[in-house]
Design a binder for this molecule. Structure first.
Ligand code: NBP
Length: 481
């Protein structure tokens, strides 16, 4: 037994993580259900470090130092359960089974509980950054016991991305916390991508700019507060010309967005937790709607908004307004993600360091951005921070942006350009900012048809109005007077 870590499942992610461990000086035992992947890994990349090929689960387990650390990198879902069932009987108390796949956090909680009873640490671990990240340094979000992190953490930190010398890996919390936070990362990613796409759409349709010109605008924005991986690759995609037709790449790609489902999980879970992640939800629905060809065909003949061309100086001002709207919306979308993490921590008893989440997303992952360092700093300065909007600088930026933000959303409506994520973010801002919401009327409606009761602004207790009786008398329903 000489390997410090084992990896089973050697498709793109597993293979690259195994190589990453080996390149960092660890001896890595590697195994795959079908032998071909193990062979090709050792043949192609064997020179990169110390690999121990294993041709059966028994061989893999026998190759590992105790306590054993075994990383599962297979297709999420049933395959993960099958692999766990295959390996768990071969392990001993104190060993660590790490699931680096995109598992649903509820599955991770279930698996962790079952394996804990068998004395095995199950470490559900979010891994972000795709295959490149897996090889060169991903953002790593391990859950599971603090005990397991003490042994495993240093290895995961070593292979993770680093920003300013800090590893993009931290112990997120117990059981499913790591996979939960990875899920929210993907939800935020959906929102950020949709917001950027809406900015592009506005610059194109209202601003009248060509994709290559918009690419330049994004490059410029990438030097300011919007500096991020997603803005950077957006500029690349927009500047790309299709070789076959000579047309902008974005004009030859079908406008129907796909998804693997982690955004959907975020929205489903948010409803259960009561977390108002409206920008993330709209981004997810925008993908779904884009792919509903039959609905789009039915709506297509209907009239849209007016289109008048902007003069050059107006288009320039509009571009500046869109930057403000994008930034403000982005702050709201990220804030929604953090709200959801805080809500889940309370629900599941996870002790999550909200600043550390921002810290480990500064590198390796898809939403990496300069801006995350400010979120980190805001939480570090005030560990009880309820919202980014409660922090002075973010509040000032969003306040400064709000006039432009409203102009952009109103202009989009007039032009008939859909901006579901911009609108949802602005509505969220106004909802949470408003001193009065029409929720009071909703309570009245609920009390009218269902005697659901309401609370008054001037007195404690719950009340019901006898709507059918003359004079509509009010009764107190909680036994108080
Ligand atoms: P895939 O998700 O495509 O899974 C392929 C691997 O699963 C192969 O090694 C395959 O073995 C193995 N496998 C399957 Br399928 N069923 C199995 C079973 N019943 N028993 C044992 N092995 C089984 O691989 P991937 O794209 O490398 O992703 C791995 C995990 O990482 C997934 O959970 C994914 O969601 C997650 N992830 C992916 C990315 C990404 O960018 N791709 C990023 C972050 C996380 P075989 O070779 O014998 O068929």
């Amino acid at each position: 037994a000489s390997a410090q870590i084992g990896v089973t499942g050697l498709a793109v992610m597993g293979r690259n993580l195994a190589r990453n461990f080996a390149r960092n000086g660890y001896t890595v035992a590697v195994h795959n259900r079908s032998e071909g992947r193990t062979k090709s890994l050792v043949e192609e990349f064997g020179h990169e470090g110390a690999f121990v090929p294993a041709w059966s689960p028994q061989e893999l387990v026998a190759a590992l130092e105790r306590p054993r650390r075994l990383l599962i990198m297979v297709k999420a879902g049933r395959a993960t359960d099958e692999v766990i069932e295959e390996f768990a009987p071969l392990l001993e108390a104190g060993d660590m089974l790490i699931d680096g796949g995109n598992a649903h956090f509820a599955d991770t909680r279930r698996r962790e509980r079952a394996l804990r009873e068998r004395g095995i640490h199950f470490v559900g671990t979010g891994v972000s950054g795709g295959e490149e990240g897996a090889l060169h340094g991903p953002s790593v979000m391990p859950g599971g016991s603090a005990e397991s992190y003490a042994v495993l953490g240093p290895m995961l930190e070593r292979i993770s991305a680093h920003v300013d010398g800090d590893p993009c890996c931290t112990h997120i919390g117990t059981d499913g916390a790591g996979h939960f936070v990875k899920m929210v990362h993907n939800g935020i990613e959906y929102a950020d991508m949709q917001l950027i796409a809406e900015a592009y759409h506005l610059l194109r349709e209202v601003g009248g700019y060509a994709p290559a010109e918009i690419a330049e605008t994004f490059r410029r924005w990438n030097e300011g507060r919007l500096d991020s991986y997603l803005i950077e690759i957006t500029a690349e995609v927009l500047a790309h010309t299709d070789a076959a037709t000579g047309e902008p790449f974005v004009d030859v790609v079908q406008d129907a967005a796909e998804q693997k489902g982690t955004g959907r999980w975020t929205v489903q879970t948010a409803l259960d937790l009561g977390s108002p992640v409206t920008a993330i939800a709209q981004a997810t629905f925008a993908r779904v709607a884009s792919a509903r060809a039959e609905l789009r065909a039915a709506y297509r003949p209907l009239p849209g908004g007016g289109r008048q061309e902007l003069r050059p100086h107006e288009a320039e001002r509009f571009t500046r307004d869109v930057e403000q709207a994008l930034y403000a919306s982005k702050v709201i979308a990220y804030d929604q993600g953090w709200t959801m993490i805080r809500d889940a921590a309370a629900e599941y008893g996870w002790d999550i360091d909200l600043g550390a989440v921002a810290r480990i997303w500064r590198g390796g992952c898809i939403i990496r951005a300069a801006f995350l360092d400010r979120i980190r700093a805001a939480h570090a300065a005030n560990p009880d921070l309820v919202s980014l909007l409660a922090e002075e600088e973010f509040a000032a930026e969003v306040s400064d942006a709000q006039a432009a933000w409203r102009t952009v959303v109103a202009g989009a409506a007039q032009h008939g350009i859909p901006v579901p994520a911009f609108s949802a973010a602005l509505a969220s801002y106004d909802t949470l900012r408003s001193p009065h919401l029409p929720a009071a009327l909703i309570q009245g409606q609920r009390d009218f048809f269902g005697a659901h009761t309401y609370r008054r602004t001037d007195r404690p207790g719950s009340f019901h109005t006898l709507w059918a009786e003359p004079g509509r008398p009010e009764v107190r329903t909680d036994g108080g007077t």
